[in-house]
Design a protein around this ligand. Structure first.
Ligand code: AMP
Ligand code: MN
Ligand code: MN
Length: 320
């Protein structure tokens, strides 16, 4: 039972996925606060920096880029990670034998890589799973934990708009609001407010978007990212969400070239289309309606590969 593993652990390492989003950081900081409340020594780690827009969350300033390799953690908790690789170096760098691993996630492509797996692909977000789970292990909901969890739910559901939002999601969110979480403030900070450079990247992307047979896609080069002062971390999934909202779109795609020349691919589908299938085929993962993967560059070649795979998926998945 995961309850016992948590109970007997003294040092807990919590890991969020690389290139973190609001659900990853919200879940990471919620579990961190919860473990502190239970008297554990905690270490919160993510391979990539916590995006500026989540800096208001408790413990956001305590997230490190790497764990302490000599720390002898008793338990590792992975949040919002579909597979072991999503934890990146944060887990890979731990010496063998690695500590007991708990996997708390909601991706349909989750590989059940933990000794304990709290995985519910029907949940809107990892944060929604944690609302229930933290209560079950005896954590008292605080304002800080509520802020973290509501950030996860609001961002992963794009403000309660996705098809996996259920009455249970809304009840969980309502309970967080009852604990003091400010839903308007969280929605503004975590979802809608964005740096000027992000809007400028969108401008570049929208200026050269291409539509063909239900696929609307665009790409951003690494020199463009650099010129705008973006470090290659795709700054928000807002652009790809926007593309998928355009009329007659079945699949929206954004390709972002990283400083390393690898290409980060973000996909969104409109029901009944399925991008998890395309992501799996390409060695990535995600959800039916939102998924991603990384390809080798150059950008033009990656773009040709992705466009062919998506057009093929649209042809196969198109309702008769
Ligand atoms: P994004 O387009 O980055 O917002 O990602 C969409 C969804 O797919 C998120 O739930 C991600 O966690 C997931 N995802 C993105 N890339 C990968 C990957 N390489 N492996 C597994 N899941 C991924
Ligand atoms: Mn995520
Ligand atoms: Mn998530």
């Amino acid at each position: 039972m995961i309850q016992f593993a948590v109970e007997k652990a003294n040092r807990v390492l919590v890991i969020a996925h690389i290139d973190p989003d609001g659900d990853a950081i919200g879940s990471l900081t919620a579990v961190g606060q919860a473990m502190q409340q239970l008297g554990k020594r905690i270490m919160l780690v993510c391979d990539d920096n916590v995006p500026q827009r989540f800096h208001y969350l408790p413990l956001a300033g305590d997230v490190r880029r790497a764990p302490n390799p000599d720390a002898n953690y008793d338990l590792v908790v992975a949040v919002d990670c579909a597979d072991e690789a999503r934890m990146g170096w944060a887990y890979a760098c731990l010496p063998e034998p690695k500590p007991t691993l708990a996997n708390i996630d909601h991706h349909i492509t989750n590989t059940r890589f933990g000794a304990f797996n709290v995985v519910d692909p029907a949940a809107s977000s990892t944060a929604e799973i944690l609302c229930r789970f933290l209560d079950e292990i005896g954590v008292t909901m605080t304002r800080g934990i509520a802020d973290s969890l509501l950030t996860g739910i609001v961002t992963d559901t794009i403000g309660f708009r996705t098809t996996n939002v259920t009455a249970a999601t809304l009840r969980a969110a309502a309970a967080l609001v009852d604990c003091g979480a400010d839903i308007a403030d969280i929605s503004l900070r975590a979802l809608h407010r964005r740096p000027l450079a992000t809007a400028q990247v969108w401008g570049l992307g929208l200026g050269r978007m291409t539509f063909q047979d239900g696929l609307l896609w665009t790409s951003i080069g690494r020199n463009e990212m650099r010129r705008l002062g973006l470090d290659g971390n795709p700054s928000s999934s807002g652009l790809v969400n926007f593309l998928a909202d355009v009329e007659d779109v079945a699949i929206g795609v954004v390709l972002s070239e990283m400083p390393s020349e690898s290409v980060r691919v973000s996909m969104r589908a409109v029901p009944p289309y399925n991008v998890a299938e395309v992501a799996m085929q390409m060695g990535g993962g995600g959800h039916v309606l939102a998924a991603g993967f990384t390809l080798d560059g150059p950008l033009e070649q990656a773009e040709a590969t992705v466009v062919a795979a998506c057009l093929d998926a649209i042809r196969r998945q198109r309702p008769a």
